[in-house]
Design a protein around this ligand. Structure first.
Ligand code: PLP
Length: 360
């Protein structure tokens, strides 16, 4: 029996996608070999590669002057690649420090060049976000970087700043494809695949052409966006299995009404959990400011660590996995990515209600 998987990443995938992969793994569409055995320059793979890029454009409304790139190394490599490519001498990389992931992006940027923290959530314990309108990039800014959803802290931007000529850069690893937004507000978006897009192994980078073209010459080839853009992510061997699986996830998403369709479901899923938290104020609590609560990663506490432990065990016995909070913040966390069905969120909400009634 498939369990409900609330892990933060790698995380649940649509069962339909897994079944299809199983079906095709040894012999892709009668070709007599697997997609992961063929050359990344063969027509068989090329069709999947091209279609996956097209599906990103279609599902996210990505304009033609942006490239969709597939790069290895995780979102973590992008913490370095962004400043290596965009941070020119005399300019400053501006960052919003919204939590753990933003903090990692900032530490890596500091090894490359000059960094300015435009806003820091320290005083709130990283449970709040700035008003996007209040953020004013400096004239010397090479870009403004934000983390659209802090996977560990459970805070999520609901609207994004308009930065004019200063490129807005976003780490969207844990909420890409979960909601609609205007890609044109951004110069560069990156996301590790293993939360909302597919299996681990590839990071999707969406970059405006002028920014890709400006990669400095004095970087190793693999670290230059320009090379990946010119070679259509085939400069070297791309993570073919991950891209092949992503192709199926995107088709699955398209068949479910695309991003707008899944956004409705994601809203319902998050409401199912938050309403139990708010409905049992003496028992459950959310550390996050209400207006920026994440719909992807719901962080919550019970009255004691002992009860949290007991709750996580109870959930596990009922086939609900991955509810332990990140070690940095403790408590519980339910990750409600696109592929988690509504029934999964409802089952968790029911368990939370029962548990509060029993122990509260
Ligand atoms: C998971 C995560 C990362 C790190 O991703 P890797 O692919 O493991 O490098 C970075 N940023 C955010 C917001 C994440 O959720």
């Amino acid at each position: 029996m498939r369990k409900y998987n609330f892990y933060a990443g790698p995380s649940t995938l649509p069962v339909e996608v897994l079944e299809e992969l199983k079906e095709e793994i040894a012999d892709y569409h009668g070709e007599g070999l697997s997609m992961i055995e063929t050359s990344h320059r063969s027509p068989m793979y090329d069709r999947v590669h091209e279609e996956t890029i097209e599906l990103f454009h279609e599902l996210m409304g990505i304009p033609v002057n942006y490239k969709v790139l597939f790069i290895g190394g995780g979102a973590t490599l992008q913490f370095g690649m962004v400043p290596m490519n965009l941070l020119k001498p005399g300019t400053v990389g501006e960052y919003v420090k919204s939590g753990s992931w933003a903090g990692k992006a900032i530490s890596d940027a500091r090894t490359i060049g000059q960094v300015r923290i435009l806003w820091d959530g320290k005083d709130s314990g990283y449970t709040a976000l700035p008003d996007p309108v209040s953020l004013k990039p400096g004239n010397d800014a090479a870009y403004l970087h934000l983390t659209s959803n802090e996977t560990i802290g459970g805070v999520q931007w609901k609207a994004f700043p308009k930065t004019g000529d200063i490129p807005l850069v976003a780490d969207m690893s844990s909420d890409i494809l979960s909601r609609t937004f205007d890609v044109r507000d951004f110069g560069l978006i990156y996301a590790g695949a293993q939360k909302n897009i597919g299996p681990a192994g590839v990071t999707v980078v969406i970059i405006r052409d002028d920014l890709a073209a400006a990669s400095p010459e004095n970087l190793p080839a693999y670290l230059r966006y320009k090379i990946h853009a010119e070679k259509n992510s085939l400069y070297n061997t791309p993570p073919v299995f991950a891209i092949y699986a992503i192709n199926k996830v995107l088709r699955w998403l398209k068949a479910r009404g695309g991003v707008a369709g899944i956004e409705k479901l994601n809203t319902q899923k998050a409401e199912a959990i938050y309403s139990v938290i708010d409905g049992n104020p003496g028992f459950y609590s959310s550390p996050v400011e209400k207006s920026v609560r994440s719909r992807m990663n719901v962080v919550f506490r019970l009255p004691s660590e002992e009860l949290e432990k007991e709750f996580i065990t109870r959930a596990k016995d009922k086939g609900m996995l991955g509810l332990k909070g990140h070690r940095d913040v403790g408590g519980c966390r339910a990750s409600l990515y696109n592929a988690l069905p509504l029934e999964g969120a409802r089952a968790l909400a029911d368990l939370m209600k029962d548990f509060a009634a029993e122990k509260g």
